[in-house]
Design a protein around this ligand. Structure first.
Ligand code: HSE
Length: 295
């Protein structure tokens, strides 16, 4: 058995819909071994598929197929800390674990670029899968087959504070609510802000982040699927967040906060409780610069 650590991710970062994502220091752990049978167990008691429908297994099987090999079975032991269907990359973590594990079993026939491509083909977009594998902040363009990407390590005084509700939002539902076409003006609105986000994050011009996280492609539509989202944004900004955005497809709302804002998480939780929003929890993270690895 070998053990893998795969980080949670936060995608879109506001305006960078399907293009920007970063890894967080919050991990799923997956142990894996080649086997003649499918033997899957969840070590934290989470109800996960224990057959061929398991996403780690599906992804491992895909990699075997790409390499022209047959997968007879796998022994998998998974510990899933990343909450599911909350916009923190739980399915990408499974995909990356499956691919990294299968590649390791086969003696690493595929390169990192191959794994980034294959993960995006499985997930449909690269903004969670690429940072889960690579770590840091990743800018990615998926042309349908290949991902053209840049990973940048970020050493920053920023904290990423996830405000996570107790309800789920499925990515399919959160994508179905987005209009098929947008105006030229809205396209410019987004592309300028997505570019501003990375440049500002990486150069420390954090006062730009509040402008940079605004978008017209997905968040206005998804807000309607997330009860009390407006109040949560207001609470984050009232306590001094540089910026706040819907993490991935939601429903988690991510606040970007200076490390000197020491009690941000506690103050936000207190305000949420006072506003009758006790079903939202607050967790504080940093950027993970390493990505998935065997530990
Ligand atoms: N970019 C994706 C979305 C991330 O917003 O739908 C979720 O997988």
């Amino acid at each position: 058995m070998f053990k893998m650590q795969v980080p949670a991710t936060s995608a879109n970062l506001g305006a960078g819909f399907d293009a920007l994502g970063l890894a967080l220091n919050y991990y799923n752990y997956i142990e894996m071994e080649e086997s003649d049978t499918i033997d899957i167990e969840s070590l934290d008691g989470l109800d996960v598929p224990r057959d061929k429908q398991n996403l780690i297994y599906i992804s491992a099987n895909d990699l075997f197929k790409v390499c022209g090999k047959k997968l007879d079975g796998l022994k998998i032991r998974q510990t899933s800390n990343i909450p599911m269907t909350r916009g923190l990359g739980s399915s990408s973590a499974c995909i990356i674990a499956g691919l990294l594990g299968a590649n390791t079993i086969l003696g690493n026939p595929l390169t990192i670029d191959d794994l980034v491509d294959l993960a995006a083909q499985i997930e449909g977009h690269p903004d969670n899968t690429a940072p889960a594998l690579l770590g840091g902040i990743v800018t990615a363009v998926f042309d349908g087959k290949k991902v053209h990407w840049v990973k940048q390590e970020v050493y920053t005084k920023l904290k990423f504070v996830a405000i996570i509700p107790d309800f789920e939002l499925k990515t399919e539902q959160a994508r179905a609510c987005i209009p098929k076409e947008v105006s030229h003006k809205d396209a410019v609105y987004n592309l300028s802000r997505a570019a501003l986000f990375s440049a500002s994050l990486l150069t420390g011009k954090f006062e730009n982040l509040r402008t940079a996280v605004h978008d017209k492609l997905h968040q206005p539509y998804r807000m309607k699927l997330i009860p009390n989202a407006r109040e949560v944004f207001d609470i984050a900004y009232n306590h001094g967040a540089y910026g706040a955005y819907i993490s991935g497809a939601g429903p988690t709302i991510m606040a970007i906060v200076d490390e000197e804002n020491t009690y941000f998480a506690g103050k936000v939780k207190f305000s949420l409780d006072n506003a009758g929003l006790k079903n939202w929890n607050v967790k504080e993270f940093r950027i993970d610069n390493q990505g998935a690895k065997i530990i």
